[in-house]
Design a protein around this ligand. Sequence first.
Ligand SMILES: [Zn+2]
Length: 434
Amino acid sequence: MQDNGNAATVMLGLDGFVLLAVSCKDGEFEQAIETLDAEGMCRSCGVPARLHNRRPTWVRDLPSGGRPVTLVWVKRVWRCVESLCAASTWTETSEVIRARACLTERARAEACRRVGQDGGSVASVAREFGVGWGTVMSAVREYGEPLIADPARTSGVVALGVDETAFLAANAAHHTIFATGMVDVRGRRLLDVVPGRSGEVLSQWISAQDLVWRDRVEVAALDPFRGYASALRTSLPDAIRVLDAFHVIRLGFAAVDDVRRRIQQESTGHRGRRDDPLYAIRRVLRRGAEHLTEHAWARLLAGLDAGDVDQQIGLTWIAAQDLRRIYHSASRSEAETRLYSWFVHCADSGVPELRRLATTIDSWTEEFLAYFDTGGISNGPTEAMNLLIKKIKRVGHGFRNFDNYRLRLLLHCGLDWQTHQTTPLRGRLPRLAA
Ligand SMILES: [Zn+2]
């Protein structure tokens, strides 16, 4: 019997507790437990206390074998026998099961990890643990906030990426609400998100970092948004500002889209419809030339033949592909030469969207070419981060509360979870073999 008790207590694995009994009802486990503190001392006068009563308290623990677990902690109520003592009776307490808690502390920590590291929804974790949404969310807050507030989390950044991201999509009451995300480009972690997308919010965030942190940043990758550039110029004057390649390439394809829409509108008098030749190739037009299959090439050419009457789309498409190819230059001087011919191509094209794009890039020449001085630093990781951000937003069904949104994002994209590495089963010594 003693052995059974030990085995059960090992399975329970809750510090300071032993397992008394297990029952299974309606697919749920109920485990009766008690503390190891079989003797009590009066906390007021220090004399040995007498067991006065037993009082059960119910709390959810980690699911076991896929089944929700309820612990019934049979608490001891102690009474002081010293007649002069002011203490009469008191109930024992524990660090691992807090007073009036719905979940054990280890279950709360795990709930936070499931939501944070695994990116699970609060609702699904709540269902699995058999508790309410608020119980899980408060565990995520309590366990998660210290993790993301730890200064070590954001230390040692050499290349900073800055990008805007949509926090709330537009609805009847408001326009799209944006946020600014800061990313450690080399370490591939999200450093922070702040509401707004102005240079001001970026400056404020950088100023809040300590001097050592700011001194370490050598490169800042940004999307072509003036506000960020001037904020970086003043708050991180020694960092090289690099126009992010991904955004530049996207600008090129955005110009192709703009021209396609305009030509479509001019020639058909309406917006794209499924059977319009140009509308049919809108996605093919956004792809890099080297990714096109033979079939895609044939579709692209046929679509342009049918709809691109004066070759404005074709010219813009070539410019977008060339802009992309400049990034394959072996050196800054080669990139500079290619960029110059690209400007000429845009100017000669007579396509207004393309001229506008060239003017934009021209105003960013220094930041554009800096890419080739910094060993090709790119905001690619920032972009990968944006995909993760979108995933978390989907899981959260759109956040309303910015603090919750920030917490969830940083737990998922901004943290190294030091989780226990499970030993592989194979190659283990058969410790329990008879
Ligand atoms: Zn006492």
